[in-house]
Design a binder for this molecule. Structure first.
Ligand SMILES: [Zn+2]
Length: 277
């Protein structure tokens, strides 16, 4: 599942390419979007801005229309120059938004809805999001309170709960617990204030490092590469994620993995660096 940093970068790229531009053509394989487009055409509207909140992307069009999408496991947004070959087959296209210069294509995006400002304000999954890890106004204290309010949850479950903290996904969940030296199966109630602050600071550091803007104003499709170890070697990018049985990069103990929570998302940890008690 893409994490908040991936959505943030995708939204920023789309905003640079489409922001302020007029839509010249709109295509969608999703009947609910096509129906709106038929009744109130998207072509001719201006893309006012594109942004991300948690793992949701919002694309604002003139005339009080917002396209809200969520990538879940499989979806991705690409940006191409008009005429450039797409990297995924046309049959996987769900939405394509053309301007004079660019085309933004959503491949296999499972959730996409049009909203007005009023209906967006009533959107439960978005209005019930916890503090956004990538927001400028992110406040560490309120994030600690959010976690403290769910003392019964295991840490690894709480970190993924988007109504607690918005933006963290399954890769960073394990990486953040490792770098913070905290066992992900401990209930939130057992964590000290220092441990909670350390977890939140590290989570934010990882997220922000992965949206660092090295490309300046250039418009590039994001690659999805992500790292937390500060090593350039792609095989050494992550500390524990998907490293079951491999030696811990700190102490050499084999990394363990286990499904966690009702959604059974796999958690990776070092039993020596992150003891249970
Ligand atoms: Zn270790």
């Amino acid at each position: 599942m893409p994490e908040g940093d991936t959505i943030f970068r995708a939204a920023r790229t789309l905003n640079r390419a489409l922001g302020g531009q007029m839509v010249t053509k709109f295509e969608s394989q999703l009947p609910q979007l096509s129906r709106i487009d038929h009744d109130a055409p998207i072509a001719g509207r201006t893309v006012e801005k594109v942004d991300a909140v948690g793992k949701w992307m919002r694309m604002y069009f003139s005339g009080d229309l917002v396209l809200v999408s969520h990538m879940l496991m499989s979806g991705s947004w690409h940006i191409y120059r008009v005429g450039e070959a797409w990297k995924r087959p046309y049959v996987q296209m769900r939405i394509a938004i053309y301007t004079d210069t660019f085309v933004a294509v959503a491949f296999q995006v499972p959730i996409a809805e049009f909203h007005t400002a009023a209906s967006l304000a009533r959107h439960r999954s978005i209005t019930r999001l916890g503090p956004d890890m990538l927001a400028e106004e992110f406040d560490e204290e309120s994030a600690v309170v959010q976690l403290r309010n769910r003392p019964e949850l295991e840490l690894g479950v709480a970190l993924l709960r988007q109504s607690v903290l918005a933006g963290l996904g399954n890769v960073f969940k394990s990486e953040v617990c490792f770098i913070s030296q905290v066992n992900p199966f401990r209930p939130v109630a057992s964590l000290s204030g220092d441990e909670l602050k350390r977890l939140i600071a590290n989570a934010r550091k990882f997220m922000k490092a992965n949206v660092a803007d090295a490309a300046g104003d250039a418009i590039i499709t994001y690659t999805g590469l992500r790292r937390t170890t500060d090593r350039a070697d792609p095989s050494a990018r992550l500390w524990v994620y998907r490293r079951t049985g491999e030696p811990c990069r700190r102490c050499g103990t084999p990394i363990r993995s286990h499904k966690q929570g009702l959604e059974a998302r796999t958690t990776f940890w070092c039993p020596s660096c992150q003891p249970a008690a």
